[in-house]
Design a protein around this ligand. Structure first.
Ligand code: HEC
Length: 133
C-alpha cells in the first residue's frame, strides 16, 4: 500500500478509537460500574453479621434463600402472601408446612437450600411468607 493522505486518515481514525474508551474510564463511569458489586458485597456482610448474632428473622432468611423461587413462583412455588397459592397448603397445618420445607417437597429443595438454617429459622421464613394472607 502506498503511503498517501487516505491511509494517513485511516491511521488517524484507528487512533481515535482508544480515546473513546478512555473517555468512558472517568471516575464517575467507573464508580457507576462497580456500584452494584459493592452493594451486593455489603448486603452479604450484613447477613453474615446478623447470623453471628443469633437467630435471623424470617424476612432475612426469606430474602437470602427463598425469594429466588418464591417471589416469582418459579417451578410453581407459592408466592408470598398470595392467598390463592397458600390456601390449600396452610390448611395442611403449620407442622406439615415446616416439615415439607425442612425435608423437601417435590421441586421444593430441603431447607430451600439454606443448609445452615435452623428449623426455627425455616419456620420464621414460612411465617414471613404467609403473614399478610
Ligand atoms: C429452588 C426453588 C425454591 C427455593 C429456593 C425455595 N422453595 Fe419453597 N417451594 C418451591 C416449590 C417449587 C414449591 C412447591 C412444591 C409443590 O407444591 O410441589 C415450594 C413450596 C414451599 C412450601 C409449601 C410446602 C407445602 O406443603 O405445600 C413451603 C412452606 C416452602 N416452599 C418454604 C420455603 C422456604 C422457607 C424457603 C427458603 C428457606 C424456600 N421454600 C425456598 C421452590 C423453592
Amino acid at each position: 500500500m502506498k503511503f498517501n493522505l487516505r491511509s494517513l486518515a485511516l491511521v488517524g481514525a484507528m487512533m481515535a478509537v482508544p480515546s473513546v474508551f478512555a473517555a468512558d474510564m472517568s471516575d464517575a463511569a467507573i464508580k457507576e460500574r462497580i456500584k452494584p458489586i459493592g452493594s451486593v458485597h455489603i448486603a452479604g456482610a450484613a447477613a453474615q453479621t446478623a447470623g453471628a448474632g443469633g437467630a435471623r428473622s424470617g424476612a432475612d432468611i426469606y430474602n437470602a434463600s427463598c425469594t429466588a423461587c418464591h417471589s416469582a413462583g418459579v417451578l410453581g412455588a407459592p408466592k408470598p402472601n398470595n392467598a390463592g397459592d397458600w390456601e390449600v397448603r396452610v390448611a395442611q397445618g403449620m407442622d406439615t408446612l415446616v416439615s415439607h420445607a425442612i425435608n423437601g417437597f417435590n421441586s421444593m429443595p430441603p431447607k430451600g437450600t439454606c443448609m445452615d438454617c435452623s428449623d426455627d429459622e425455616i419456620k420464621a421464613a414460612i411465617e414471613h411468607m404467609i403473614k399478610d394472607l
